[in-house]
Design a protein. Structure first.
Length: 183
């Protein structure tokens, strides 16, 4: 057993670090969500901000858009050119994806300054790509509502997780200690 632990020490360290960071950040995020319930931001501040930023971006590209609070649930209704097309819920704000991204990068640590800069810039990139993804999804749902299932369940998750994967590969191959040791 000891030989297995020594042989797979780096794998075990990665898994434990990933899990600890992921669980810790998830707990913090859930505490944030629980404290923001019932606040003036409905459903929560970040999801609210994502909804209004999406509305602004849609307007910038020529689509009359409006976001209104859903009267019966913690979500924001996205209306494009007078047509209700989607709900923006907590899961649309990319925070869970950013938590996953951060957990992986920390588990494959690099120099502290590089790690912090990569975490910040990567989180901003993921957040921005997520906004663009919601804008494109909104336009797609406006023009092709019968494609809702494939747009929302396949194509657009592929965009956000594809971006995370590319950032992870960049991190491992260029900046993490493991990427430098293998290069």
């Amino acid at each position: 057993m000891k030989t297995l632990f020594i042989k797979y020490k780096s794998v075990i360290k990665f898994i434990l670090t990933f899990l600890l960071v992921y669980i810790g950040l998830s707990i913090v995020y859930n505490l944030y969500l629980n404290t923001s319930i019932g606040s003036k931001y409905h459903p929560d501040y970040i999801t609210n901000a994502v909804a209004y930023q999406t509305e602004a971006l849609l307007s910038m590209v020529g689509y009359e858009a409006q976001v209104i609070k859903h009267p019966e649930e913690p979500s924001m209704k996205m209306i494009v050119r007078g047509k209700y097309i989607a709900r923006i819920v907590e899961g649309c704000n990319a925070i869970s994806v950013i938590v996953l991204f951060i957990s992986f990068v920390v588990a494959f640590s690099g120099k502290l300054k590089t790690t912090i800069l990569f975490l910040l810039s990567g989180s901003v990139i993921i957040y921005t790509v997520n906004l663009i993804r919601i804008v494109i999804l909104s336009i797609g749902l406006y023009h092709y509502p019968w494609r809702n299932a494939i747009l929302h369940s396949v194509i657009f998750p592929a965009i956000i997780y594809g971006m995370v994967f590319l950032l992870w590969m960049l991190w491992v191959n260029r900046f993490s200690n493991i990427g430098k040791n293998n290069g």
